[in-house]
Design a protein around this ligand. Structure first.
Ligand SMILES: Cc1ncc(COP(=O)(O)O)c(C=O)c1O
Length: 420
């Protein structure tokens, strides 16, 4: 037994061993993945459109269509590519404002800028997802779309967000990069908005190394996204498309990624069943602990269960609590530290804060269609910084054994009691 003296004060740590790295999909990579990728390499057919119908990328698209219940899915080279194609899909361009949360990876506002729009940053609530009230406050005549981001697998308040969108006739693009397999009130994330975007990069729930997916229900949105993802796509079957030709790039997924993605997709349900089981067990055990408050959730059943989030009264207390947990051997972290430039937090998005651009003329910021008076500052969303500062998270992974969950529960109790 570890006794009551906190490890941070020289006591014995609760954890009797190390935690496995909190890898999700990558920790499952084994012979099946090796075989699937090898088969593609052996076939010498690495380009998905050689045999479109039977390609691995098409199979992966079918998995995402089935999962989200969407009419269309488009495999692309990454999550950022998915956002760019999705934004083009819903018609974003010069002069458009897109409302994004102050807590999301910098790729979300970057995709908006690459499409010629500008990001308008809204506050997050204590669940660390975008606050629908602040979305409404940030709407202007230029607003084109809202981008809810289901960070760390935590569902946004989709009912209220969709209501705001309907009342103001706005498009919705869901950034599901960190939330593959999540749901809100029984409906899969990615299927609420006009378009949903996923990432299959290394740190995501399932991985293809790199990769992304766009899902949509309207044909026009899908076609526009598809045209953007390949510079010649619009010429292949011009009679089948309702959208005229326009320039695209190359955001194609290759067959090795497609094959890896398909095997990993088969592992998704198993990974999430285990992370959700661990999260539930921990949440239920600590729900009544004095001095401990679990962060609010818009739908805990739909949450991916890939972390436990705790909310404290002050940032100072959150920082101390995280340190005390780490001393007990628990991999805990506070979410915001002024000295750590975390690109998931708006104030560290330097090129947004300083309105920088690759364009010598400063577009899109300098476009006459944009509001030239719009400014950004590191203190523009104080509630987001406050909520992040007061939050402590403990990552969970399917690789954790029951004893790891028990150590987390015991350490939370020990530190909470000692800090009373
Ligand atoms: C919330 C969010 N959006 C977008 C992205 C971009 O995805 P990718 O790295 O696959 O381009 C990521 C992850 O990197 C992310 O976490």
């Amino acid at each position: 037994m570890s006794g009551n003296k906190l490890a941070i004060d020289g006591g014995r740590p609760v954890a009797e061993g190390a935690f496995p790295a909190a890898w999700l999909g990558p920790a499952e990579i084994g012979e099946e993945e090796v075989e699937a990728v090898s088969a593609v390499v052996r076939s010498q057919r690495l380009f998905r459109f050689l045999d479109h119908e039977n390609s691995q990328c098409s199979k992966l698209e079918a998995h995402f269509r089935n999962m989200t219940g969407s009419q269309y899915a488009l495999a692309v080279g990454g999550g950022t590519a998915a956002l760019i194609c999705g934004l083009v899909g819903i018609g974003v361009g010069d002069g458009d404002e897109i409302i994004v949360p102050g807590y999301t990876y910098i790729a979300s506002p970057s995709a908006v800028l690459i499409c010629g729009g500008v990001p308008v940053i809204a506050e997050t609530d204590d669940s660390l997802t975008i606050d629908p009230d602040d979305i409404e406050r940030k709407i202007t005549e230029r607003t084109k779309a809202i981008m809810p981001v289901h960070m760390r697998g935590m569902p946004c308040d989709m009912e209220r967000i969709m209501d705001v969108a309907r009342r103001h006739d706005l498009r919705v693009i869901e950034d599901c990069a960190q939330a593959c397999g999540g749901s809100y009130r029984g409906q899969m994330l990615g299927s609420f908005g006009d378009v949903g975007c996923f990432s299959l990069q290394q740190f995501k729930v399932i991985t293809a190394g790199e990769g992304g997916m766009v899902v949509a229900n309207r044909r026009e949105v899908f076609e526009r996204a598809a045209i953007r993802h390949d510079s010649a796509m619009c010429f292949w079957n011009p009679e089948d498309t309702t959208v005229g030709p326009f320039p695209g790039g190359n955001f194609r997924m290759n067959e090795m990624e497609g094959a890896l993605g398909c095997v990993q997709f088969g592992r998704l349900a198993g990974i999430l069943a285990r992370t959700r089981e661990l999260a539930k067990r921990i949440r239920e055990a600590v729900a009544d602990y004095d001095g401990l408050q679990l962060s609010p959730s818009h739908d805990i059943e739909g949450d991916l269960g890939i972390s436990i989030a705790l909310l404290f009264d002050t940032g100072e207390r959150a920082k101390w609590f995280a340190q005390a947990l780490r001393a007990e051997g628990i991999p805990a972290g506070s979410m915001y530290d002024e000295g750590i430039p975390d690109r998931h937090i708006f104030r560290f998005w330097e090129y947004v804060m300083e309105k920088r651009s690759a364009d010598p003329h400063g577009r899109p910021w300098t476009s006459p269609l944009h509001d030239q008076t719009r400014e950004y500052s590191p203190d523009m969303c104080p509630r987001t910084l406050d909520a992040l500062g007061r939050t402590v998270t403990i990552p969970l992974a399917q690789t954790y054994e029951d004893r790891h969950a028990d150590w987390i529960i015991r350490a939370l109790g020990k530190v909470a009691v000692a800090s009373e």
